[in-house]
Design a binder for this molecule. Structure first.
Ligand code: SF4
Length: 358
């Protein structure tokens, strides 16, 4: 393993089989992998720890799907079902602007009445209320849903979203890009080939996206590496991903956990290795986000020592992880982020969605 790590630091591109070996380490070998990842992080992204001032607007929790890892969605008519119209979305946008937010992130349930125009309208509402705020919206599943309901191509819908003011797209709904795992955890979602096609279409139109993985449920180490392989190939071709965001499964209120299909999430060793091996394997990504929403503040801080260079967003109004049972997800004050970064001996800087320093 030491030879392999020194080869990687010397510029060797890890194969999937080699990455799998690293993902499997136990004992103090963990720290060797983490240290190598930290060295590469320093070379590729420097010491600065970044964050973005962002706010979520989840327009509705009504969803035609019932993904097994989701504690957020509900069905029409349920007591907790909600939908925000133009007035509420614009009110929230104004509040975000007053908070100095530079990014509004909007993803929602797949409302049965939503079509392409519904998603485009949401972008227009936000853009009209705060033209200077970057709109980070939708994901390949929402684009497939909207385009399908309107009977248009996903490429056409993306083009219209961009014209309406879309700044970048969320790379969520990726979960694990291995179809037999998707068949267990999210059988109603698009398959991995459709996810990849829509991401490539977005990149082709100049719409940059994030890249994510949700791990720690029914997936194996081999599935995680296969997923990373898909992302690396796309990035080789498009350079359209802004960052990689590992999303550790929050299990508490989710059907797959309650039914005994999934365990209680990734362990701390798995979390650190997810960061470290991603940093070593994804040699064409500059930025890896350590999500305090998924990991909690303490483990997110350690993610910064395992290859991470970004703490994600301030959030304001996080509801998806909270619905799955995560606590403390509403807002993280940049002053606390600064304490976390400073404690690691690294400076904190605010960034835009596209990683320009503010
Ligand atoms: S993860 Fe998204 S698509 Fe799946 S049930 Fe939840 S809101 Fe619906």
């Amino acid at each position: 393993m030491q030879d392999l790590l020194s080869d990687v630091l010397g510029g060797h591109r890890l194969t999937e089989a080699e990455a799998l070996t690293l993902m499997n380490v136990r004992g103090r070998g963990l720290w060797e992998v983490v240290e190598a990842a930290d060295t590469l992080r320093e070379e590729r992204a420097g010491d600065v720890v970044t964050y973005v001032r962002n706010q979520n607007i989840n327009v509705t929790n009504i969803c035609v799907n019932s993904c097994g890892f989701c504690g957020f969605s509900t069905k029409p008519g349920a007591a907790d079902a909600y939908y925000y119209g133009k007035e509420i979305v614009q009110e929230k946008t104004h509040t975000a602007r007053d908070r100095g937010v530079t990014e509004i992130c909007t993803v929602s349930g797949l409302h049965p009445d939503f079509c392409a125009g519904s998603y485009i309208e949401i972008i227009e509402w936000i853009h009209e209320a705060a033209p200077d705020i970057h709109i980070h919206a939708s994901n390949p599943m929402e684009v497939a849903h909207g385009a399908g309901k309107s009977g248009i191509a996903t490429l056409e819908m993306l083009d219209e979203m961009k014209a309406a003011g879309l700044g970048s797209m969320c790379g969520t709904a990726a979960e694990i890009l291995v179809d037999d795992v998707r068949a267990v955890i999210c059988p109603g979602k698009i398959g991995s080939a459709a996810w990849e096609r829509i991401i490539r279409e977005a990149h082709g139109l100049g719409i940059r996206t994030t890249a994510t993985i949700m791990y720690g449920h029914c997936d194996t180490d081999a599935d995680r590496i296969k997923h990373l392989g898909v992302l690396r190939r796309i990035q080789d071709d498009t350079q359209g991903f802004t960052e990689f965001v590992p999303l550790s499964f929050i299990h508490y209120n989710t059907p797959i956990y309650q039914q005994g299909i999934a365990g209680a999430g990734a362990t701390g060793r798995e979390d650190l290795l997810m960061f470290a091996v991603s940093r070593l394997f994804l040699d064409n990504f500059d930025n890896i986000q350590s999500s305090w929403v998924k990991l909690g503040r303490k483990l997110a801080q350690l993610g910064l020592a395992a290859g991470g260079n970004d703490l994600g967003g301030t959030m304001f109004e996080e509801s998806i992880s909270k619905s799955a049972g995560a606590t403390d997800t509403d807002y993280l004050d940049p002053a606390e982020m600064e304490r976390m970064a400073d404690d690691m001996g690294r400076p904190l800087r605010q960034r835009t969605t596209l990683y320009e320093l503010v």
